[in-house]
Design a protein around this ligand. Structure first.
Ligand code: NAP
Length: 247
């Protein structure tokens, strides 16, 4: 299998897109660290599914928006598996609202969870990757960070921040064979999508050229490609997987 000798950490892997990425990597032979924040039973299920199909994985609770906890996640993975090849920064939240009504804590929570966590995990992982002269970092951004989305100034800013971060870090570490890319999903059928009111879902569908929402597994396939040897010459790239919304 193509990820046979690889160790991968996926943040926010208990549900949704992170879960699908963890399962995809596990099915390709990677040893997977399934990070979660609150939902331990869902994270356990992910590990169970990977183990039942012959793979190897364990869960690690960490709020990756807190540097010490992100650092603990990376250290635990390296201690347990002796290496780290792939880091997927997927953990994310929304706290939507028009700016007139958005609270300061809604702004801070989203920036902290979506953007600061990306810095935290990358900072904690990069020394190891630089030393071993190999790494694949994949940041799960959003088309909201490219196009902007009304009611999501906090979220769009956090995702645009992840995109700038991806390109800057890609330039910093390219000489050590570390690639840093982002995926910008469109509307994907997860818990985040189910919080969108039904009438808003219908009008959002009208702007998707392919006429449907995406599935988490479709993001997982893109992540697996970017983590694979086939993508060795791709870095600093923002891959939209969005049914054509942002073209
Ligand atoms: P989801 O179903 O709500 O799952 C979010 C995951 O992130 C959960 O596993 C959750 O863990 C974890 N998480 C949240 N805060 C965390 C923290 N502080 N520390 C560690 N883990 C944390 O979300 P999703 O739709 O799969 O989204 C995943 C990523 O894709 C996010 O970055 C999101 O912005 C991005 N994205 C999603 C869509 C979409 O339409 N769904 C579109 C574009 C981009 P617990 O279960 O423990 O809470």
């Amino acid at each position: 299998m193509d990820f046979d000798d690889k160790v991968a950490i996926v943040s926010g892997a208990s549900r949704g897109i992170g879960r699908a990425i963890a399962l995809e990597f596990g099915s390709r032979g990677a040893r997977v660290v399934v990070n979660y924040n609150q939902n331990s039973s869902a994270a356990d299920e992910v590990v169970k599914t990977i183990s039942e199909s012959g793979g190897e994985a364990f869960t690690h609770q960490a709020d990756v928006s807190v540097f010490e906890q992100a650092d603990g996640l990376i250290k635990t993975a390296i201690e347990k598996y002796g290496d780290l090849h792939i880091l997927v920064n997927n953990a994310g939240i929304t706290r939507d609202g028009l700016i007139m009504t958005m609270s300061e804590s809604d702004w801070d929570d989203v920036i902290q969870t979506n953007l600061k966590s990306t810095f935290n995990c990358c900072k904690a992982a990069i020394r190891h990757m630089l030393r071993r002269r190999y790494g694949r970092i994949i940041n799960i951004a959003s088309v909201s960070g490219i196009m902007g989305n009304p009611g999501q100034t906090n979220y769009s800013a956090s995702k645009a921040g992840q995109i700038g971060f991806t390109r800057a870090l890609a330039r910093e570490v390219a000489s050590r064979t570390i690639t840093v890319n982002a995926i910008a999903p469109g509307f994907i059928q997860t818990d985040i999508w189910s919080t969108v009111p039904e009438d808003a879902q219908k009008s959002l569908m009208d702007i998707i050229p392919l006429g449907r929402v995406g599935q988490p597994e479709e993001i997982a396939k893109a992540a697996a490609f970017l983590a694979s040897d086939d993508a060795a010459y791709i870095t600093g790239h923002i891959l939209t997987v969005d049914g054509g919304i942002a073209m």
